[in-house]
Design a protein around this ligand. Sequence first.
Ligand code: NAG
Ligand code: NAG
Ligand code: NAG
Ligand code: NAG
Ligand code: NAG
Ligand code: NAG
Ligand code: NAG
Ligand code: NAG
Length: 435
Amino acid sequence: MELPLFAVLQRTPRVAVTVSLVLFSLTIVPALYSLLANPIFHLSISSSETEGPLPSDHMLLNHMNSPSSDDPSSLVTTSTSRTQIRDDELRCDLFNGEWIPNDESPYYNNTTCWAIQEHQNCMKFGRPDTGFMRWRWKPDGCDLPIFDPQEFLEMVRGESMGFVGDSISRNQVQSLLCLLSRVEIPQDISSSPDKAFKVWNYTSYNFTLQAMWSPFLVKTTKADPTDPECYLFNLYLDEYDTKWTSQINQLDYLVISSGHWFSRPVIFYENENISGCQYCGLPNTTQLPSYYGYRKALRTSLRAILENFKGLAVLRSFSPHHFEGGPWDKGGDCVRTRPYRRNETIPEVADLKNHDIQLEEFRAAAEEGMKKMGLRLRLMDTTQAMLLRPDGHPGRYGHLQTTNVSLRNDCIHWCLPGPIDTWNDILLQMMKTEK
Ligand SMILES: *[C@@H]1O[C@H](CO)[C@@H](O)[C@H](O)[C@H]1NC(C)=O
Ligand SMILES: *[C@@H]1O[C@H](CO)[C@@H](O)[C@H](O)[C@H]1NC(C)=O
Ligand SMILES: *[C@@H]1O[C@H](CO)[C@@H](O)[C@H](O)[C@H]1NC(C)=O
Ligand SMILES: *[C@@H]1O[C@H](CO)[C@@H](O)[C@H](O)[C@H]1NC(C)=O
Ligand SMILES: *[C@@H]1O[C@H](CO)[C@@H](O)[C@H](O)[C@H]1NC(C)=O
Ligand SMILES: *[C@@H]1O[C@H](CO)[C@@H](O)[C@H](O)[C@H]1NC(C)=O
Ligand SMILES: *[C@@H]1O[C@H](CO)[C@@H](O)[C@H](O)[C@H]1NC(C)=O
Ligand SMILES: *[C@@H]1O[C@H](CO)[C@@H](O)[C@H](O)[C@H]1NC(C)=O
């Protein structure tokens, strides 16, 4: 189904969730498990505990996207309510704009940067086109400067920054490591071999950068800890994931994000008891509506930030995927080689309800956060920009072409170099605004 971009953002009610749930458990779950168990998606820098893809079924999520057409926080309203101040970069709305050609990019490649992970090293695996690297984001009201690594490092001298989230969060960290690699290669000072928690020190600047793995953001355990193949998780929706929440009081900057993992089978706990589940197929367990868990988990993690953090916290909004021609497990692919223009008709993108929830929870938390000295909670609303970048994903170039994975293409993560580098342009710009 083709819809104009903005129609996508103002969705209308669709199929009943229960129907989708039944369809999901009958047809999708087995496929989901097989993808999860598939070593092709092995992410080389994650530990065995945490590795995995971000499966989100396109068709499924299309059905399950419950609409919010009456929700004032849709992407569209931000563009009309925006106060646009031309020639004032610092106060410009960075999140509405167009992608425009940039002959100067890319600013690094797989020989100059050490930090590109295999699955996002699209050129290594033979991606034939390079045009996807040659765009920059142009907000309507101003120019967004390209990331200046020297300027960034000067700004964060003696400070520390952490990223919390899933493999897309890690994707952004690797982009940042690459952008900074033109100035300095950091020392790995991670305190344990656990690849899910990495710490680097830019010693010339005494700047530390941390990547903290927490795809569900809240306390999570495996339903069967003895089974390494177990991909049913227990989510404690009202309990912090202390692996990251215990770290953040030492940080000056925090970038948090999540979303894709919440379409997996999970059992929810609240008040220390099972409150329901999602695609778990357990008897006598309430199937809770989709997005129930996401909203609660996000709310809990924003609360952790309000309680324990007193720097600049950035909630990075949902990163859309671009499967076309089928769901992720049925041959869906992303073969486009150009960004969309804003006025173009684009295929419907699944899972945007996550974005609505982020805006709602962000607003509630930001209001709360204003009362706290030092804390600044900001939204990095890159969803709309990324909706326009179907060309930026690895697709079939996230792995060796000899591997028989014709059915599985990665239209979720982003090639490096690629459009995700823009997130760091925006991050630096937001930091400058706050200084
Ligand atoms: C990477 O960039 C360097 C410096 O611009 C260039 O010399 C080199 O050929 C590039 N390598 C690849 C594989 O594109
Ligand atoms: C880098 O990309 C080139 C293609 O542009 C590829 O031939 C090469 O193997 C890649 N190198 C690394 C180290 O990934
Ligand atoms: C490095 O920064 C930390 C704070 O992040 C500070 O406590 C420490 O004194 C700094 N070290 C030097 C050598 O400047
Ligand atoms: C980072 O490196 C600087 C310079 O060597 C050092 O003073 C600082 O203690 C290091 N920071 C950490 C957290 O190890
Ligand atoms: C958990 O559920 C049990 C049985 O339904 C109940 O007795 C117990 O009080 C509950 N625990 C909490 C902490 O609510
Ligand atoms: C489910 O609940 C029913 C009614 O309370 C009970 O008879 C049945 O044993 C329960 N099944 C399981 C597996 O707990
Ligand atoms: C979109 O805008 C571009 C540039 O303004 C224009 O060339 C193109 O025809 C427009 N496309 C549609 C579908 O309106
Ligand atoms: C690759 O997988 C497809 C789908 O499972 C199968 O039809 C095909 O025979 C496989 N090709 C090879 C070379 O194994």
